[in-house]
Design a protein around this ligand. Structure first.
Ligand SMILES: C[S@@+](CC[C@H](N)C(=O)[O-])C[C@H]1O[C@@H](n2cnc3c(N)ncnc32)[C@H](O)[C@@H]1O
Length: 279
């Protein structure tokens, strides 16, 4: 149906304005995430955040005692963060507008780095990790974080059906930058690359940085996707979204008798923690 081969992931004003409302964590969860990340770093660590966005993660990490340097290519996202910095009164976050594939920092200046929902947006994510391995001092930390929704929950089921359907409907679409030669970043590929760069994972797999419950109705989740109030649907061409929603509505109507009945959803912030080798 749709011949577009690369999705449009522009972080423009519309996205910047909506980002915190849609993706923000409840305040107490935010504090928990900031503390969990800061706890993986040395005291008063200087931490580079790749794709800092609106500071959803940088702000609580800075509040937990780290000095954060955030880099992002989107002036709109950085402007939203600058506003927050003024109102929150934090002075331990520095911002730079730039591309994470060409990081403008000196070797070894950071005690740690973090990347949350950004590597999948960059085709040369392996090159980014290589640079990070030089910018973070020996013995320093890299945290790869992601939001997790219980796949067994109704919300997880709708999301999974949505993703499967988008692939069926927009058959030629793939994440930005991904090509046959440079496949999209994924847990296993990133893990392998980091090991080759001399980083060691801490613990057995990902750690839970925070876990919390929300209550939502199936209709709220469906309407969120339909109105593009969601990171995965705002990039879809109109025809792909319309056909995907037609199939998704039918799936939900078949599965849940009352689309307005609130149901619990468990959410988590997951962290892969890696330590770079000492010299
Ligand atoms: C999904 S948002 C995540 C923001 C933040 N890490 C969070 O979890 O809230 C991705 C961010 O990465 C930025 N970004 C995408 N590609 C980038 C690149 N090549 N260089 C720098 N920033 C980039 C976008 O502008 C956006 O702010």
């Amino acid at each position: 149906m749709n011949k577009q081969s690369e999705l449009d992931y522009r972080f423009d004003t519309r996205v910047a304005v909506q980002y915190d409302a849609l993706r923000g964590h409840p305040p107490a969860v935010s504090v928990e995430i900031g503390t969990a990340i800061a706890d993986t770093m040395s005291a008063n660590a200087a931490v580079l955040e790749l794709g800092v966005g609106t500071g959803r993660i940088a702000l609580p990490v800075a509040a937990a005692g780290c000095r954060v340097v955030g880099i992002d290519s989107s002036a709109h996202m950085l402007a939203a963060l600058s506003q927050r910095l003024k109102s929150d009164g934090l002075d331990n976050i520095d911002l730079a507008q730039g591309d994470i594939t060409a990081l403008p920092f000196r070797e070894g200046v950071f005690d740690g780095a973090m990347a949350i929902h950004v590597l999948h947006l960059v085709s040369d994510w392996a090159g980014v990790l290589k640079q990070v391995s030089r910018l973070v001092r020996p013995g320093g930390t890299l945290v790869l974080g992601r939001d997790w929704v219980d796949p067994e929950s109704f919300s997880g089921m709708i999301r999974n059906y949505f993703r499967k359907t988008v692939v069926e409907v927009g058959t030629e679409m793939m994440p930005p930058g991904a090509t046959a030669a440079a496949p999209p970043s994924g847990g296993a590929a990133i893990f392998k690359t980091l090991i080759a760069l001399g980083a060691k994972p801490e613990g057995q797999g990902e750690q839970i940085g925070a876990e919390w419950q929300t209550k939502l109705t199936p209709r709220q989740v469906l309407d969120g996707i339909r109105s593009r109030d969601d990171a995965e649907s705002w990039v879809l061409p109109d025809d792909v979204l319309a056909e995907t929603m037609r199939r998704l509505d039918a799936f939900a109507a078949d599965k849940w008798a009352d689309l307005d009945a609130p149901q619990p959803v468990t959410r988590r912030f997951m962290m892969g923690v890696f330590r770079f080798a000492n010299d």
